[in-house]
Design a protein around this ligand. Structure first.
Ligand code: APR
Length: 246
């Protein structure tokens, strides 16, 4: 393992354009549940509440669930050392950008710049009628469903629901970053949903060396990964941080 981490650190050190790609696993040690597996959200809650059709028909029911699962937890969640090391890698020029499937805003809270949020963010709400955008700090979620100050339309979290398209800018920027990268660092994701799952594949096809950090093997491990670093995101990132003198 030590040898592999050293190899990974050297690759990141020498990279011309390294890009990180993160999923729920990087935030587990900040107390946020992943989606799949034993403690996964989809094991405890029915995903129907996150289907856009359901939200449109029954916004109150959907909102109650969304508030319980995300909003009651995310505001207090803090970045862990994996987010922090990644942010320092950005500051020091070792990593150019972060593509994330997470909606928890923890990369930005840790100070990362150039974060592409493929699945949107919990931080912003959008009016379903007039498209006005609100930062969550303006909205009182004790009254559900929240409504627009301008037109009284129902507000929707600016996260991508099932059967909704990915934000155009985040999608095209993420594929562009993958194509440009020569080192691609995957952290804590099963990436079972499209188009996110294709992004690391594009990085590999266009010549990047793939480094993967996960507590378990994913479907990338034996297909595209060049260096698999098995372990918790915080532990492996802390070690990489030390090796890069961050
Ligand atoms: N450190 C590193 N990896 C971890 C840790 C940890 N401490 N804990 C869990 N993992 C790994 C798991 O082994 C798994 O591979 O993180 C991954 C989490 O996978 P998922 O729960 O499937 O989350 P993710 O891949 O981000 O899901 C992608 O699916 O339903 C959608 O929109 C949702 O953005 C989400 C998308």
């Amino acid at each position: 393992m030590n040898k592999k981490i050293e190899q990974a650190a050297e690759l990141i050190h020498k990279a011309k354009y390294a890009v990180a790609f993160t999923g729920a696993g990087i935030s587990v040690e900040s107390g946020i549940s992943p989606f799949r597996g034993e403690n996964g959200l989809w094991n405890k809650h029915h995903p129907v509440f996150f289907e856009i059709e359901f939200f449109k028909k029954k916004p109150l029911q959907s909102w109650k669930k969304i508030k319980e699962i995300f909003y009651d937890k995310l505001n207090d969640a803090q970045p862990n050392s994996a987010h922090q090391v990644l942010s320092k890698m950005g500051e020091r020029g070792f990593v150019e950008s972060v593509i994330t499937q997470n909606i928890d805003h923890l990369h930005q809270k840790a100070g990362s710049k150039f974060v592409y949020e493929l699945h949107g963010t919990y931080k912003q709400l959008v009016c379903t009628e007039c498209n006005t955008e609100y930062d969550i700090s303006f909205i009182d979620l004790n009254f559900l469903p929240p409504t627009c100050y301008i037109c009284k339309g129902i507000l929707k979290p600016d996260m991508v629901f099932f059967n909704e398209p990915i934000p155009k800018f985040a999608e095209s920027a993420s594929f562009r970053e993958a194509e440009r990268s020569d080192v691609f660092l995957i952290i804590g994701t099963n990436a079972e949903v499209l188009p996110a799952a294709d992004i690391p594949v594009v990085a590999k096809k266009t010549g990047a060396t793939i480094i993967e950090i996960n507590i378990k093997e994913s479907h990338f491990t034996h297909t595209i990964t060049d260096i698999f670093l098995k372990g918790k995101a915080t532990e492996v990132m802390d070690k990489l941080g030390e090796l890069l003198y961050l």
